[in-house]
Design a protein around this ligand. Structure first.
Ligand code: FUB
Length: 347
C-alpha cells in the first residue's frame, strides 16, 4: 500500500526514530547521522554518530517539528569509546530515562542510561554502562501495569553473535541455514530504571505452526531494531530483517512472547538499514522510520520519515511500500550522475 509520507527534519540527517507521547506531545529520539568520513563496511563503522537531538510536535503530518538541540554528547559519557546508535526514552516517577548503545574503549557495545527531568533533555549519563548489557538498539516498553521492559540486540556490527546465554563467547557464532535464528533479547527493568531486573531472555519468534524461525529465513528472521507496541490487548514485536531490509512483526500474548510471525510492515527503503517505531497519537497510528533518499542513497546519511499505519479487522498491519517511485527515479538520476562523475575522475 502506498502512503502519504512526510520527511520530518529536512536540515539534518537523523535516523532510527524512537517515538513516544509524553505530556500529550510527540517526542522523537533519533540517531544523528553525519559525514564523519569513516569508510562503509559490514561492521557499520560508517555509522559514527556522536550526539543525540530531541524533536517534538503536536501535529505529526503538518505541524512544526521543534528541535530541542543536542541533549547528550559522546564526550560527556564517562565510559565512551565511539558510535552512539539507536536510543530510546522512558518515563517513570517524574524522570525521563534515555537508553543508548555505545562502544566502550575496547570497542564492545554496551548500553548506558542518561537521566533528565524533562522529555526534551538534556540527559545526564550515568557513570558506567548497565551491568550485563551488550549489543545495540534498546527499545523500552511500558506495560499497562507500569512494568518497563527493554528489548535489544542486533547482528553483524551490533555484535549479538558474540553472546550466548548472556555470556561473551570466545569466538562469535552467527547461525546459518537450518540453525535457529539468533533472537532479540528482553529484560524487565529494575524499579529505579537503571539496570536489568533479571537475566535477559530470548525473544522467541515462531511460524504459525510453532516452529522457531531459522537463520536461513532471512526475509523474516530478526536482525536488529526491536520495537514493541500493544494493539487491542495483543503485543506486537516488530524489527528489521537487516540484510533483506524488511520491517516485520510478530504477535504474542505478553511482553516476553513467544511471538507468532505475521508479515511485513514496510518493504525495503532506499539505503541499507531500515528502522522504525510505531505509536498512537490522537486516535491514529503512525509508523516513524528513515530512508536515504535525500542524501542520494548514502546509507550512513539517513532522513526521518513518517506515515500513517493501518490495521485490518483482524489486527493485521497493512503492508506499506518503502519506496516511492518518483523519488526512486530522482535517486537513480542522482546516483548515475555520481557514478559518472567518479568514472570521469578515474579515467
Ligand atoms: O544507526 C545505526 C544502526 O543502523 C542502528 O542501531 C541499526 O538499527 C541500524 O538502523
Amino acid at each position: 500500500m502506498k502512503k502519504e509520507k512526510r520527511y520530518l527534519v529536512p536540515d539534518l540527517y537523523m535516523a532510527d526514530p524512537s517515538v513516544h507521547v509524553f505530556n500529550g506531545k510527540i517526542y522523537i529520539y533519533p540517531s544523528h547521522d553525519w559525514e564523519s568520513g569513516v569508510a562503509e563496511n559490514d561492521n557499520g563503522d560508517h555509522f559514527n554518530m556522536k550526539d543525540y537531538h530531541v524533536y517534538s510536535t503536536d501535529d505529526i503530518m503538518n505541524g512544526e517539528i521543534k528541535d530541542h538541540g543536542v541533549v547528550l554528547d559522546v564526550k560527556d559519557i564517562p565510559w565512551s569509546g565511539r558510535q552512539l546508535w539507536d536510543c530510546d526514552v522512558a518515563f517513570k516517577n517524574g524522570k525521563y530515562y534515555m537508553y543508548f548503545p555505545l562502544k566502550d574503549r575496547n570497542d564492545i557495545f554496551r548500553m548506558g542510561v542518561a537521566v533528565s527531568d524533562t522529555p526534551e533533555g538534556p540527559f545526564t549519563p550515568c557513570e558506567a554502562p548497565m551491568k550485563g548489557s551488550y549489543s545495540i538498539d534498546p527499545a523500552v516498553f511500558r506495560d499497562d501495569d507500569g512494568s518497563h521492559y527493554i528489548y535489544f540486540g542486533g547482528l553483524w556490527g551490533g555484535q549479538l553473535q558474540r553472546y550466548k546465554d548472556n555470556k561473551a563467547l570466545e569466538s562469535a557464532h552467527l547461525p546459518q541455514g537450518n540453525e535457529d535464528a539468533l533472537p532479540a533479547r528482553i529484560a524487565r527493568l529494575s524499579d529505579d530504571m537503571l539496570e536489568f531486573a533479571e537475566e535477559p531472555r530470548s525473544v522467541i519468534i515462531t511460524d504459525e505452526e510453532g516452529n522457531l524461525l531459522k537463520a536461513g529465513d532471512t526475509e523474516c528472521r530478526f536482525f536488529e531494531a526491536s520495537w514493541m507496541h500493544k494493539y487491542e490487548g495483543k503485543y506486537y514485536f516488530s524489527y528489521s530483517t537487516g540484510d533483506t531490509h524488511n520491517l516485520c512483526y510478530a504477535v504474542g500474548d505478553n511482553p516476553y512472547g513467544p511471538f507468532v510471525y505475521q508479515g511485513i510492515i514496510l518493504t525495503p527503503v532506499v539505503g541499507w538499514t531500515t528502522h522504525h517505531s510505531i505509536v498512537e497519537y490522537k486516535g491514529k497510528w503512525y509508523l516513524f522510520h528513515h530512508d536515504s533518499v535525500p542524501s542520494g542513497g548514502r546509507t550512513w546519511l539517513r532522513s526521518l520519515k513518517v506515515c500513517e499505519l493501518e490495521y485490518d479487522e483482524n489486527g493485521k498491519i497493512l503492508t506499506i511500500e518503502g519506496t516511492d517511485e518518483q523519488k526512486m527515479s530522482e535517486l537513480d538520476i542522482a546516483l548515475c550522475s555520481t557514478i559518472l562523475t567518479a568514472e570521469t575522475k578515474d579515467s
